[in-house]
Design a protein around this ligand. Structure first.
Ligand SMILES: [Zn+2]
Length: 162
């Protein structure tokens, strides 16, 4: 770690602090030549986004997998490639913006489904039925009811505005 002030290669660590979630290390450093002090945030192992799956295993974030999941949901629906690409990018940048380098697969599911709900209701239902892995048909039906209720509200709202 070179000194940002004078470029000297020899800097010493004067304080080390690990973030609460354990995914980054904050270090106070001091240049051994000019005594300039600076802070570094290091992510020694998690420089790329990791996904924690339902079973607890952690794997690198895979954009292709995310896209495949969305494509399955929008199959034969009136949703363009462009929309799918935008959705993937939006979700990925929302994940990258977070401080944590490990995100849960259920968080990704939430981010996708809330966007998909605006895009296509059928695709949304298909998607949540996969990611929430409903164990009971009742759970699926209550999700479906919630979507249909929202549609009725939309309809009424648009009628009222006329
Ligand atoms: Zn220096």
């Amino acid at each position: 770690m070179n000194c940002p002030d004078c470029g000297n290669e020899r800097t010493g660590v004067i304080d080390t602090e690990t973030s609460a979630d354990g995914t980054s290390v904050r270090r106070r450093r001091e240049c051994q030549r000019c005594s300039f002090r600076f802070t570094t945030y290091e992510r020694p192992e998690w420089d790329s986004l990791q996904v924690k799956k339902r079973d607890g295993t952690i794997e690198p974030f895979d954009r292709g997998k995310l896209r495949a999941g969305i494509e399955r949901a929008v199959e034969k629906r009136d949703v363009t490639e462009r929309t799918v690409t935008d959705l993937v990018e939006e979700v990925e940048s929302a994940l990258q913006d977070r401080d944590a380098r490990i995100v849960s697969s259920s968080l990704i599911g939430e981010l996708v489904s809330e966007r998909l709900q605006q895009v296509d209701k059928v695709a949304y239902i298909r998607f949540v039925s996969v990611y929430k892995a409903f164990s009971e048909p009742e759970e699926f039906l209550s999700e479906l009811d919630a979507v249909l209720d929202a549609e009725v509200d939309d309809f009424e709202a648009s009628n009222n505005s006329l």
